[in-house]
Design a protein around this ligand. Structure first.
Ligand code: ASP
Length: 319
């Protein structure tokens, strides 16, 4: 049922950035990716069309992508060097600048819901590790055993990397040479004209020493205010150094750039020349969107006030 509101109620999702399959080779999971992104977009739209908030819509869509084994978030997260799934997520309410985030969680089934609980039910912004899992459990959020998060393809990917490291006999001190993408994110504009942004990820394959990426860091991988909402995906260390999400918001607010101009400037002219690859989705309070990326591809889905879902499923390998 399309909305009757004149406000440009909008929801935009990403399903990670990455490299493309070689031209001409089949992409067997294309339909599965399209279906998952469409389902997530429709879930967010269902919230917005009933007058729900942008925060609720972002959470509803990201929970679906977290529960899908296709993406590097929740179930399907990449493995750390220690062979465990450690997840990060953040959620920000642009209307109030309230924000919540978790990093390095292992047992909460939907890290984006834990991030929302931190925002709404604690006096903090970012909780980490076992404490964050404990908080989520105390808030009554669903937990899951390690087997829930473990997806065979991810496990094989991790084992192959362990073998390669063993053969080279010189493990790298970090995973920086083997970035793997597939994070999920959402930005939404509700009928009240309020924006929100959320991001959820398993982080980078083979990450060590409790590494935390940009996704749960407000201003780096996730940011929302009254002007625009931003969620990023890519090589997190670069997104942190360049404060990517806040930089885009600042360019739109202080310099009056469009979201397209601001996002392209940051992704293509600041982060990429420094060696950082990835992309962002950006939405402003008028419903304008931008989704630039410097990787070969980025999955996204967009749903407008009329309820029609548009997806971009390029011939990409989620790594
Ligand atoms: N940005 C995420 C991180 O560095 C990874 C990704 O986007 O896939 O943890």
């Amino acid at each position: 049922m399309p909305l009757t509101s004149s406000l440009p109620c909008t929801l935009l999702l990403h399903g990670g950035s990455g490299r493309l399959h070689p031209a001409g080779t089949p992409f067997p999971q294309q339909t599965a990716y399209t279906d998952a992104l469409t389902e997530a977009a429709q879930a967010g739209y269902a919230v917005l069309s009933k007058g729900g908030t942008s925060v609720e819509a972002v959470e509803a869509s990201l929970r679906i992508l977290e529960d899908s084994p296709l993406f590097n978030a929740g179930r399907g997260s990449v493995f750390s060097h220690a062979g465990v799934n450690e997840m990060d997520a953040a959620l920000m309410d642009g209307a109030t600048l309230r924000a919540g985030a978790v990093a390095g969680v292992r047992t909460v089934r939907n890290p984006i819901s834990a991030a929302r609980a931190v925002m709404e039910r604690s006096s903090h912004v970012l909780l980490t590790g076992a404490g964050a899992d404990e908080f989520a459990a105390e808030m009554g959020l669903a937990t899951a055993a390690p087997e829930w998060f473990r997806v065979e393809a991810r496990w094989q990917q991790w084992q192959a990397l362990q073998q390669a490291e063993a053969l080279a006999q010189a493990p790298s001190p970090s995973n920086l040479s083997t970035p793997k993408y597939g994070t999920v994110g959402a930005v939404a504009l509700d009928q009240a004209g309020h924006l929100a942004a959320g991001t959820s990820t398993g982080g980078m394959l083979n990450k060590k020493y409790g590494r935390v990426g940009d996704s749960p860091l407000i201003g780096a991988g996730t940011y929302a205010n009254h002007v625009c909402a931003v969620s990023g995906t890519g090589h997190g260390e670069f997104f942190i150094r360049h404060a990517v999400a806040h930089d885009i918001a600042a360019l739109t607010e202080y310099r009056g750039l469009s979201v397209q101009q601001a996002a392209e400037l940051v992704i293509h002219h600041k982060v990429a020349p420094a060696g950082g690859r990835g992309g962002v989705i950006v939405l402003d309070a008028q419903g304008n969107v931008a989704m630039p990326y410097s990787t070969e591809g980025m999955f996204w889905a967009l749903v407008r006030a009329d309820g029609r879902v548009e997806t971009n499923i390029c011939n990409m390998v989620i790594e």
